[in-house]
Design a binder for this molecule. Structure first.
Ligand code: APR
Length: 319
């Protein structure tokens, strides 16, 4: 069987890390694409030269021409500008919208049947834009945010309880931004929901509230430390887990930015926003609609409305 082809549009910090992780997992051959000449070629060659040491058979190609992504099975998009200290993700909308137009047209012309994962921020609106410009059906285009946000939540919870990260599951809904909704009652340690752990004296409500807030601010915490860019190791690992679930038809249940249809999740109309889905060979095979209490529904609505506001801005910019 021919190897799968994975195209990485954007070969910056996340793109390079994606290329490395995909190789280590032997998920398929990798095409690195970027507008900057030399960078995708150089990163590709560097990682290629690590393959004999790692004992993996993966072919890397670097390119500045969209023809190189022809026939890709998976496209992971990180093209665009990352934020600097003091910037919100939303500040990037104008500039990254133009990038999504070019990328979407490149996908439409070369690999319209690919499964597309968008990472570029502001995430939810960029997924909307990429779908608009690429024409890829909604079940085959998702945004990577919830896996990362819940990984951050899991990291902080495992630290708080001094238990393995493996035994902590966490749920984060909504848009990838200040309004994201970490769902405490659906997050557990080995199946024990967080509110029970508070009752058991493992932590206090105050400490849990602080962890929830740290999760919401998780991206900014890294930006403020790095000063020159934003997080890339954990975002890349999260997107690779999503790509793997699609390529191996694992049918993992993961929170992703997807098209939430009007009438579901209490929404009046369609909106791209983060909810749990089943990811398999059919892409988004099922949107998992969980019950929300009044406070959770209000927080989710606020988050979805923030995405709608940015989509309106984006539509105005497209003209
Ligand atoms: N087409 C292709 N690549 C582009 C384009 C374009 N039109 N415009 C910019 N790029 C490339 C840049 O040359 C750079 O190599 O996108 C890459 C972005 O890489 P970084 O600046 O290192 O950013 P990174 O940390 O990888 O984050 C990428 O993901 O998490 C989000 O907010 C983040 O939007 C940002 C994106």
């Amino acid at each position: 069987m021919a190897r799968k082809k994975i195209a990485l549009v954007g070969s910056g910090n996340i793109g390079g890390t994606l290329a490395h992780l995909i190789g280590l997992k032997e998920l398929g051959d990798v095409v690195l694409f970027d507008v900057v000449e030399g960078v995708p070629q150089g990163k590709g060659l560097d990682i290629q030269e690590s393959t004999p040491v790692e004992g993996v058979d993966v072919r890397y190609t670097g390119a500045n021409d969209y023809a190189a992504i022809k026939g890709a099975d998976v496209v992971i998009v990180t093209a665009g500008v990352a934020r600097k200290p003091g910037m919100s993700r939303d500040d990037l909308v104008g500039i990254n919208l133009k990038v999504m137009k070019a990328v979407g047209e490149g996908i439409r012309a070369n690999c319209p049947d690919a499964f597309v994962i968008c990472i570029t921020n502001p995430l939810d609106v960029m997924v909307w834009a990429l779908q608009h410009f690429s024409g890829v059906p909604a079940n085959r285009i998702v945004g990577m945010a919830g896996v990362l946000d819940s990984a951050r939540f899991r990291t902080f919870l495992a630290e708080e309880f001094n238990v393995s990260v493996e035994d902590v599951t966490a749920f984060v809904l909504g848009g990838h931004g200040d309004t994201m909704v970490p769902l405490v009652r659906y997050s557990t340690v080995a199946g024990i929901p967080l509110p029970d752990l508070v009752k058991m004296g493992w932590t206090t409500q105050e400490r849990l509230d602080a962890i929830v807030q740290r999760t919401r601010d998780g991206g900014a915490e890294i930006v403020n430390l790095l000063k020159t860019g934003s997080a890339f190791y954990a975002p890349a690992a999260s997107a690779v887990a999503m790509a793997e679930s699609y390529l191996k038809d694992k049918k993992r249940v993961m929170p992703v930015a997807t098209l939430v249809k009007g009438g579901t999740y209490g929404q009046p109309d369609d909106v791209f926003v983060g909810v749990p889905v089943v990811l398999g060979e059919g892409g988004v095979e099922r949107v998992v609609e969980i019950n929300l209490d009044a406070a959770e529904q209000a927080a989710f609505n606020k988050s979805a409305d923030a995405v709608r506001g940015l989509v309106t801005v984006a539509k105005g910019l497209i003209g």
